[in-house]
Design a protein around this ligand. Sequence first.
Ligand SMILES: [Zn+2]
Length: 112
Amino acid sequence: MAARTVRRFHRTGTPHTDWCARDHRCGINEHRSADLIAAALGGRAVITRVRAGDTEYAEIRARIPLHSNENAARWQLAAALRLMRHLLDTVAVRPGALRSRTERLALGTARR
Ligand SMILES: [Zn+2]
């Protein structure tokens, strides 16, 4: 009878955060918030706050109905990409991005 060797990996988990869902959405080293949902005009966008190891980020998923006309659909995709770039530019972490905790920047008002 051959000996059977099983390698066991042991990973140390990280504690839940104050904001994570504390349920099946969390993994051993990744913590996820409840989904924040915005819906309008048949579209839907979901933002989830995630901490993976030492990195924390916002995960954004969106479902945007596209027009049946190919040119219109391509215009929609181009507009969505342009606005996503603007979103990234607006919310990117920069030193001094927010002067105080109460200051909130709106889209289109990013400080350079
Ligand atoms: Zn968690």
